[in-house]
Design a protein around this ligand. Sequence first.
Ligand SMILES: Cc1ncc(COP(=O)(O)O)c(C=O)c1O
Length: 380
Amino acid sequence: MFDEFTNFVRDLYGSEGLIPLHEPTLAEKEKKYLIDVVNSSFVSSIGKSVTEFEKKISAYTGIKHAVAVVNGTSALHLALKISNVEENSEVITQSLSFVATCNAIRYCNAYPAFLDIDRENLTVKPETVKIFLDKFAEIRKDGHCWNKKSNRRISALLLVNTYGFPTDTLKIKKICSKFKIPVIEDCAESLGSFFRDNHCGINSDISTLSFNGNKIITTGGGGMILTNNSKIAKQAKHLSTTARISHRWEFAHDQVGYNYRMPNLNAALGLAQFQSLQKFLKSKRLIAKKYQKWGEEFGFNFVKENELSKSNYWLNCLILKSKKEKESFIKFTQKNGIITRPTWTPMHKLKIYKRSFKDNLKNTEWISDRLVNVPSSPIT
Ligand SMILES: Cc1ncc(COP(=O)(O)O)c(C=O)c1O
């Protein structure tokens, strides 16, 4: 039965060789942009490609401000810091994510508290946030929201658009406002995904992107902080550039800042890639539809966007019937040169995070037993 899948993927990609999970599509344009930057000698933290790339992403997403940084993890770290996520506080987040989401919380010496995801679209639903907050949260005399059970201040909610699937952040933001909790959205995987025609991240206080080599567009390594709030954007730029006070030659710094600014060389690659974003999105949508159609015919279930959302289908997600079937599927496909991957080990199952505060994580465990990512590179 699995050989029908490998045959399908080989037909889809028109290849008898190794088929990767997601590889970057780099062409002459990318080479040209990089050569131009090398010739200009502005390869590092100063140069016009960085601001140009920020402007393109800001215009595309409709989010007013964009600050380019070295990767998605540093973007998350700064987003949390700026949201006043301080030592010993708690950040509510989902257990099913890439480890960077949780690590960024620990970089602030705060602790994650885990929420369950929805089985249908792999993200945290507004109802889940509401149930968690009604059950555990209270506003205390200091004006802050606290977790009654863990006795930690809840300093933020960090959502993830898992594999490109968006959630209803407008509803979630409304729920969190009542508890004075800022909302941060990890859009590392969801550039080009929309909910009710709004780009992911637009309703949150701060959102972040990743331009790692496996993402829909890449800068080699890179990330971005997005916000509609000009004060937050200023802070992000300041903190990402060693908190240096602006002066033509003096070196003075008013905070312990970070060297997180995206180099011009990476931004140039991003500008070239950005020109192909629509083409990549179109191709990925077509691939997703082909997987879904094939799945219907052969009895395989793929995760689909719902009627309110438009996913970028960054990585297609196949839901198998059991953990055993998942394991044999991965073994079979890998052996046959088709790269497939199980989803991440949920954070609450990792030794480093297993003692974290958590609510019921039934769906997270169900999904982690069954989900496999299948080849999803755009075909151009
Ligand atoms: C959900 C999620 N968050 C954060 C990151 C971290 O981004 P980066 O690798 O650019 O640091 C990634 C992926 O790489 C991711 O998939």
